[in-house]
Ligand binder design. Sequence first.
Ligand SMILES: [Zn+2]
Length: 443
Amino acid sequence: MTYPEKIDTLLEADWIVPVEPAGTVLRHHAIAIDEGIIKAIAPGEQARAQFNPREHITLDQHVLIPGLVNLHTHAAMSLMRGLADDLPLMEWLNKHIWPAENRHVDTNFVFDGTRLACAEMLQGGITCFNDMYFYPGAAAEAALTTGIRASIGMIVIDFPSAYASDTDDYLTKGLAVRDKYRQHPRLSFCFAPHAPYTVNDKAFAKILTYAEQLNLPIHIHLHETLDEIRIGLETTGIRPIERLQQLDLLSPNLIGVHMVHLTDREISLMSQQGCSVAHCPSSNLKLANGLAPVAEMLNQGINVGLGTDSAASNNRLDMLEEMRIAALLAKTQSGHAHALTAHQALHMATLAGARALGLDQIIGSLVVGKAADITALDFSNINLTPCYDLISHLVYTVGREHVNHVWVDGKMLLKDKQLTTLDTTELHHRATFWQQRIGTTGN
Ligand SMILES: [Zn+2]
């Protein structure tokens, strides 16, 4: 006789959408979790016989999906949510965001702002975010405190800031943060040169050398606005993507953020070089930057993930909303209702983001051996009734108000809509403190 195997958690739900294999919907299955890893996914009855869990959770009328991967954000900027709305990118950056950052951003700002962002992201079913901001060590601490998974960007920008004096200093400080936290299983790292118009060639060459040595992604704003391309042409004589090509930066390690304005040749080039794209539709819409040619990028086999960008340019960190907007926009833009299907949108928000970060062996889908990063959505809500196609519902009907529980590495970070590792009263106090400080000293 064999005895049931001891595990940490058996999680049963009415439906599971594992994302891999594509299009699969499992009915009345359970996920067996031990030491943060998915040990088995099996029909409920079979799993109950096979395992002896310390904790047995049954979620009627719930759908389990992989935790959402936010492929581009500046988490700490949640403290600047709504600071300067209804402005174009360059004016928004030059007159409002950068001056406010110069005055106020320090380790405490980044720690508080990142925790505020983590609270919002977890409440919206996001379990991993790819960050780009000053004081990445404070962002790493905030992620560790919260329990969320994070890809910490080692930011590089030509301008001096309170954080670093020049591009070498940015690189040195970023690499020191990586050295300090690299053993931590929930943290990964990438280089985060801000944009072609804010990083010089010499710095790009150093970033490339380090990225190749360490096999880390390079995460950069790219072809976001027509202004950026005009500045590139005026200062270098070539378009930014061509400049990055000449600098040998186009590779499977590159994550081009936004990629709104592209020629056909540039789309082919990005595809040939195996680059990934972080599509941020809400941010592009709000800053009036244009519509990225997502359907064409997908047709050419480019790995396209989704990002929220920051709360200063969105103003929500809501990946369920980004999925819906991305799917709707691509249809109107292409004139084809079949462009960017619900399946594709869900894949973008999960596995494509994980792949761009080099984490697709660990997260992005619910399969045996991967981390138990899971989001549970409550489908009992009358607003989700009836449901003929569950995956379509996830993209076109579900909102973050339907997110009930979230696990990262098998640990429940959201339970019945309540955060288990963050004190929302304290977070509210901290956000109010920063609002008063930024509001009274001008921005
Ligand atoms: Zn951004």
